[in-house]
Design a protein around this ligand. Structure first.
Ligand code: NAD
Ligand code: UDP
Length: 319
C-alpha cells in the first residue's frame, strides 16, 4: 500500500484530498494543528485502519514513522481574515513548515507537492494569468504575509529540486469552493451564503467590479491528483477560468438562495486584487485536465452543505 502524508488535513482542501487518496487505495497520514481546520472534516476517516492523524504544528520538526511515497503540503491559513489575524504563523508555515517538509521528503525519498496560490500573482497586471507571469505583490502590505510566504515556498521548493534533485510539484490554486469551507472564514462564498441564511444583507467590498474565477472542489482535487501523478515539475495553474465580477456574483447568490436581502457596499480591503482568471492551457495540455462542474451546479451543492449547519454554527460569524 502506497503511503501519503497530507498536511492541513483537517482543512477544506486537505480533508477532500484525504478522501480522494483513501478512495485511491492509499494509506493516508493526515497532519494538522487545527489552527483554522476542524476535526469534523475528517472524523469519518478515524475508523479506517488505513488512516492516521498526527496533531502537529509543521513549523516544528516533522517526524513520521515508516516509509512515505508522497507528501502534499497544504497546511496554511488560506483566507484573508485568517492570515491577517495570524500573520506570523502564516509566514512560518509557508517558510519553516515548507522547509521541514522538504527535509522530510528528502529523508524519505518521497515526491512532494506544495500548495501554492494565485496570490503569488498579487494584483495582476497580466490577464488572464499564465504561469510565466512573475506577479505584482506588495511585500509590506497586509496580504504580503501570505503572498510572500507562498512565493518563498515556491523558491525553496525549486531550490530543493535543483540542488538536491528532489522530486517536486507546485500547484497554483485559484479560488476554490465547496462543502467544508468554514462558514466564518470571511471568504466571499461562505460570507454571502451565511448572510443569505441569516437574513442579512450581502456585503460587497468596493464597487464589486473586481473579478474572481471560482473552481468547484471536486475539479480542483482532480487537477491536483493528476499533477502529482505527472512528470511535470514546473508550477501549474489549477482553477476554473469562468470569471465573474463580485457584484454579479452577489446577484447570482441572491437568486440561488431566494433571499429577500439586498446588496450593501463596504470599503475594499487594501491590496484586494482587481482581477483574477487562470490561464489553464498548461493543465489542459500536460494533465488533460479542465473543470467539469459549472458555477450553478457547484454553488447549489455548496449551499446545500451550508443549509445542513446548525443555528449555532451559522451564528459564529466574523461579519
Ligand atoms: P483551510 O484553512 O481550510 O486549511 C488549512 C489547514 O492547515 C487547516 O486545517 C489548519 O489548521 C492547518 N494548518 C495551518 N497552519 C498549520 C501548521 N503550522 N501546522 C499544521 N497545520 C496547520 O484552508 P484551505 O482552503 O483548505 O487551504 C489549504 C491550502 O491550499 C493552503 O495552503 C492554501 O494556501 C492553499 N490554497 C487554497 C485556496 C482555496 O481557494 N481554498 C486557494 C489557493 C491556495
Ligand atoms: N468580498 C466581498 N464581500 C465579502 C467577502 C469578500 O465583496 O463579504 C470580495 C473580496 O473583497 C474579494 C472577493 O470578494 O474581492 C474574493 O474574496 P475572497 O476573500 O473570497 O478571496 P481572495 O480575495 O483571496 O481572492
Amino acid at each position: 500500500m502506497k503511503r501519503v502524508l497530507i498536511t492541513g488535513a483537517a482543512g477544506f482542501l486537505g480533508s477532500h484530498l484525504c478522501d480522494r487518496f483513501i478512495d485511491e487505495g492509499f494509506h493516508v497520514i493526515g497532519m494538522d494543528n487545527l489552527i483554522t481546520g476542524d476535526l469534523k472534516n475528517i472524523e469519518h476517516l478515524f475508523k479506517l485502519p488505513q488512516f492516521e492523524f498526527y496533531h502537529h504544528d509543521v513549523t516544528k520538526f516533522v517526524h513520521v514513522a515508516g516509509e512515505l511515497d508522497y507528501i502534499l503540503h497544504f497546511a496554511s491559513p488560506a483566507s484573508p481574515i485568517d492570515y491577517l489575524k495570524i500573520p506570523i504563523q502564516t509566514l512560518k508555515v509557508g517558510a519553516l513548515g515548507t522547509h521541514n517538509l522538504l527535509g522530510l521528503a528528502k529523508e524519505k525519498g518521497a515526491r512532494i507537492l506544495i500548495a501554492s496560490t494565485s496570490e503569488i500573482y498579487g494584483d495582476p497586471l497580466v490577464h488572464p494569468q499564465t504561469e510565466e507571469y512573475y506577479g505584482n505583490v506588495n511585500t509590506i502590505g497586509p496580504r504580503g504575509v501570505y503572498d510572500e510566504a507562498k512565493r518563498f515556498q515556491e523558491s525553496i521548493t525549486m531550490a530543493y529540486h535543483r540542488f538536491h534533485g528532489l522530486d517536486t510539484r507546485i500547484v497554483r490554486i485559484f479560488n476554490t469552493y465547496g462543502p467544508r469551507m468554514r462558514l466564518n472564514d470571511g471568504r466571499v462564498i461562505p460570507a454571502f451564503m451565511g448572510q443569505a441564511l441569516r437574513g442579512e444583507d450581502l456585503t460587497v467590498f468596493g464597487d464589486g467590479s473586481q473579478t474572481r474565477s471560482f473552481c468547484y472542489v471536486d475539479d480542483e482535487i482532480e487537477g491536483i491528483y493528476r499533477l502529482l501523478m505527472s512528470d511535470y515539475t514546473m508550477p501549474v495553474n489549477i482553477g476554473n477560468p469562468h470569471e465573474i465580477t463580485i457584484r454579479d456574483f452577489a446577484e447570482e447568490i441572491i437568486k440561488l438562495t431566494g433571499t429577500d436581502q439586498k446588496i450593501v457596499y463596504k470599503p475594499l480591503p487594501k491590496d484586494d486584487p482587481m482581477q483574477r482568471q487562470p490561464d489553464i492551457t498548461k493543465a489542459k495540455e500536460i494533465l488533460g485536465w479542465e473543470p467539469k462542474v459549472g458555477r450553478e451546479e457547484g454553488m447549489r451543492k455548496t449551499f446545500d452543505y451550508f443549509k445542513t449547519l446548525s443555528k449555532e454554527e451559522l451564528e459564529k460569524t466574523e461579519h
